[in-house]
Design a protein around this ligand. Structure first.
Ligand code: SF4
Length: 479
């Protein structure tokens, strides 16, 4: 499933559906996180009220993002950080590479960062001879396997214990083992040495606080503490949408994010970093560089519907709840961001033309909207993007068929004629009271509808319509 693209989503999805090992792993993950989330949100008073507040804070911040970015920049620089602006991924990578080269750094450690996946930072650095080491366990496994993450929060979810053990034998040279403790100890020993010898640490950012210029990074493994604290130079790559106005807003977002994502009340570590190491402090970076990335975000800001995509706090709850993601996993989306949120942000970040299948990778059931801690209306966004796809490449037959359908359903007579005709025609494709896979005629007679019934049955139109029954009853009661 690796190295597939969003352009072949349909084929990727079909291949993923055949993968029983993947299905088992997804089932396990999505059920576990879904159940844990349900329990975790009960520990908060007025969960819905919190979601509402978070949604309002994000909406207000995004509406005034220029003001908050200015404030964040001013306060971060006052605290000793240096701010860099990157219009796109290429520029962000160049800035980071430049900083590494200026410091003549040979060793670089990196903590999990979806935004660096978005800019393909590792590939850009490797091209220049710098080989950053991922320090999040899941991300390190993915790096060893030369794959991409398949989940926003749990990057190696698609891998079994055996596959990981084999990978460690092949790439790290350990003796074969299936002992989880030995495997994690292997990772710990390998990574510890990298932390000690690296001159630069690269991280992502969960939230930036405009009021204080602080960045906050959440984690469970302690690797972010080491990545941002041990090397002399810390480079943080941050999307411009990550801002919150004030420190006290974290009270809301720290209750929402871990509970929604992994069902934790709080992540094990929360690193709040304001500027560089003070003289009185024993540890911390001597230099802090924050690279603020646009990469299409300003364009998303300009429309009230697409703007809400920028409220995402990357908790992953929409992936866990999505019936499509639950069946096919993350790689099938062929993009850095999978699942419902990936289906809406990838076409906006990378262009609708190459990602036009993604807005259709949803049943529009609304499960994602139900669980989203910041109340992003993903179905609305999907419909908005579907309309854009249709505008860019109108399908004349489809549009003609829908116009006909709309006309027929708008008038009494045409509606009745339409249902009568359909009732008669369905005899060709129905079996019993179902239209479905039992008869291949559906696919042959009406190919687009045949695609739909390949995996599910449609009910037949009732022998008598409600109107007919009503008329009959009326006649009887008069008689
Ligand atoms: S869209 Fe909502 S649920 Fe999905 S990752 Fe973003 S914040 Fe979480």
């Amino acid at each position: 499933m690796n190295h597939v693209t969003a352009e072949t989503f349909d084929q990727n999805a079909k291949a993923a559906l055949q993968d029983s090992q993947l299905k088992g792993a997804l089932n396990n993950l999505t059920n576990t996180f879904g159940e844990r989330r349900k329990i975790a949100i009960q520990s908060v008073n007025n969960w819905e009220g919190l979601r509402e507040k978070a949604s309002k804070i994000k909406a207000e911040t995004l509406k005034n993002l220029d003001k908050y970015l200015e404030k964040f920049t001013e306060n971060a620089e006052k605290a000793g950080a240096k701010i860099h602006w990157a219009i796109d991924g290429k520029e962000a990578n160049e800035i980071i590479l430049g900083l590494i080269k200026e410091r003549n750094a040979k060793n670089v450690v990196k903590s999990k960062s979806m935004v660096s996946e978005e800019t393909h930072l590792n590939a850009a650095l490797e091209k220049a001879g710098i080989f950053p080491v991922e320090t999040d366990l899941g991300e390190w496994i993915i790096q060893l396997a030369e794959e991409t993450p398949s989940h926003i929060v749990v990057p190696a979810i698609h891998k079994t214990k055996k596959q990981i053990a084999d990978l460690f034998v092949e790439k790290v040279g350990i003796l074969p083992t299936d002992d989880v403790d030995k495997l994690t100890q292997t990772a710990r020993n390998f990574l510890r040495e990298k932390f000690q010898t690296s001159e630069v640490g690269i991280s992502g950012v969960n939230f930036g606080i405009a009021e204080t210029g602080t960045i906050l990074i959440l984690e469970n493994e302690g690797n972010i503490r080491l990545t941002t604290g041990l090397p002399k130079t810390h480079i943080a790559l941050m999307g411009i949408e990550k801002l919150l106005p004030q420190l006290s807003d974290l009270d809301i977002f720290l209750k929402l994010l871990p509970r929604s994502g992994t069902g934790q009340r709080l992540t094990t570590y929360q690193s709040l970093i304001t500027g560089t190491k003070r003289d009185s402090e024993a540890e911390g970076p001597e230099e802090l560089h924050i690279v603020l990335l646009d990469n299409g975000r300003s364009k998303m800001l300009s429309h009230p519907v697409t703007r809400q995509s920028l409220a995402c706090i990357r908790c992953g709850a929409c992936l866990n709840s999505c019936p499509v993601y639950q069946q096919i996993g993350g790689h099938a989306y062929g993009s850095v961001y999978p699942g419902p949120i990936g289906a809406v942000i990838t076409p906006q970040l990378n262009g609708i033309e190459k990602n036009k299948q993604l807005p259709f990778a949803s049943s529009l059931c609304g499960a994602c909207r139900e669980v989203c801690p910041v109340k992003i209306d993903i179905p609305e966004l999907l419909l908005h993007l579907r309309a854009k796809v249709a505008e860019e490449k109108p399908k004349f037959l489809e549009s003609f068929a829908f116009k006909l359908y709309s006309k027929a359903w708008a008038g009494n007579k045409s509606y009745e004629l339409g249902t009568k005709t359909a009732r008669f025609m369905q005899k060709l494709v129905a079996k019993g009271e179902k239209i479905g896979k039992q008869t291949s005629l559906m696919g042959k007679l009406a190919p687009p509808l045949g695609n739909w019934t390949e995996f599910r049955d449609a009910p037949t139109i009732a022998e008598k319509s409600f109107r007919d029954i009503w008329k009959e009853k009326k006649v009887k009661s008069k008689g």
